[in-house]
Design a binder for this molecule. Structure first.
Ligand SMILES: Nc1nc2c(ncn2[C@@H]2O[C@H](COP(=O)(O)OP(=O)(O)OP(=O)(O)O)[C@@H](O)[C@H]2O)c(=O)[nH]1
Length: 371
């Protein structure tokens, strides 16, 4: 955001999916600034005697300047008050236009101010509010005209009302289409984002999305002094399943294993497919003892799956390595590396089991530091 943008629009933040709302927010600020500018010019020229106005209307102009300035200050940076501010600004504008209609009869074209409200109502608040505003202006103008000091002729009123209806119709169609287009764009962006983050075969997170989200969760847990645990899950003898039953069966097995694991874990846990038959699970706020319990639950759930393959139940087993986060970990890769080593220990010890990363054992295997 440039300095000028920050000065104009404050520090309001919008999500990518709120692009249209951001446009409305900025448009409202610009309309308010333009209104303040022109109302100030009218006020200055009235006060300096260049363009005298009735005192009653000068007071209304002053009220409009103060209320619009106040609303602008309220809105900048507080985008959540957008609807309230828009309605208040709209009401202040209509009050000022009505005052001009009633108190400044020498300006025959003052009725044009009402026409500016129709596009604003549609653009700032959408089609329902636009329709309501157009209908109110049409009825309001027809009702108020006979009460004016110098009423508009019947021809002028009919032309004025027809133009209001046309203006409302054009903006209704345009804003309705634009909003539908934005909605479609938002939905398709959402779908693309989903596709780019998920593994096509199993539907769980793909490796990139998993590592990104896991890193964020690990950092968040560290900030509140909580441990995280990671399970490295590898299907046993998966090559044999592919070789004996075909790749398509292997795919079905991978899908049902992922589905079963998802159904077994907590919703706050994260699962990703990080390799062909490898999954990683991140459990926030979970120490190693709690992680062991879930790992054992997952191992047993997959073993109990027993999908029917070629008319027979097929036993699928997994080897799971467990590790917890440490103070010095830079992110998910450090924890996962330890879980990976634990998983290899599970494989070495006969598969279909859960093994916790044992630092002492790993140190024992490492070459002794030279004296
Ligand atoms: N059907 C299917 N197979 C896959 C997919 N991705 C990887 N694989 C297969 O997974 C198998 C992994 O085999 P290995 O790494 O030898 O491991 P394993 O046979 O499970 O043996 P252990 O891990 O030692 O128990 C390979 O045959 C890969 O072709 C996939 O998306 N679908």
């Amino acid at each position: 955001m440039s300095k000028l943008e920050r000065a104009l629009f404050g520090a309001a933040r919008f999500q990518e999916s709120e692009e249209y709302r951001e446009f409305q927010y900025r448009f409202l600020i610009l309309v308010m600034l333009a209104s303040l500018f022109f109302a100030s010019l009218f006020m200055l020229s009235a006060l300096s005697g260049m363009h005298p106005l009735p005192t009653g209307h000068v007071w209304v102009l002053g009220g409009f300047l103060v209320s619009t300035g106040g609303l602008l200050l309220v809105l900048r940076g507080r985008s959540r008050l957008y609807a309230e501010v828009t309605i208040a600004f709209f009401t202040a504008s209509i009050a000022m236009f009505t005052s001009a209609l009633l108190q400044v009869p020498e300006n025959e074209l003052r009725v044009l101010w009402f026409y500016t409200s129709i596009p604003s109502a549609y653009i700032l608040m959408g089609t329902r509010f636009g329709l309501l505003a157009t209908a109110s202006l049409v009825v309001g103008f027809a009702v108020i005209n006979p009460w004016l000091a110098v009423p508009y002729s019947r021809h002028a009123v009919v032309s004025g009302l027809v133009v209001m209806v046309f203006l409302g119709f054009f903006f209704h169609v345009h804003v309705d289409r634009s909003l539908a287009y934005f909605q479609r764009m938002r939905d398709s962006n959402e779908r693309l984002r989903e596709l780019s983050q998920h593994d096509v075969l199993t539907g769980v997170l793909n490796a990139r999305a998993y590592y990104e989200q896991a890193d964020r969760l690990i950092l968040a847990s560290r900030r509140v002094g909580q441990p995280c645990s990671v399970l490295f899950i590898d299907l046993d003898h998966f090559k044999w399943i592919n070789d004996s039953h075909g790749h398509a069966t292997g795919d079905v097995v991978l899908r049902s294993v992922a589905e079963r694991m998802l159904a077994t874990m907590r919703r706050s846990d994260l699962i990703g497919r990080i390799g062909g038959e490898e999954f990683s699970v991140l459990m926030p706020h979970t120490d190693v003892a709690q992680a062991l319990v879930l790992a054992e639950k997952l191992r047993a759930a997959v073993e109990a799956l027993m999908p029917t393959v070629s008319g027979r139940p097929l036993r699928i087993t997994t080897s799971i390595g467990v590790a917890s986060s440490h103070e010095g970990d830079a992110g998910i890769f450090d924890v996962q590396q330890r879980a990976d080593r634990a998983m290899y220990q599970a494989k070495a010890q006969g598969r279909n089991r859960v093994t916790v990363f044992d630092a002492l054992q790993v140190w024992a295997q490492a070459p002794a530091p030279s004296a």
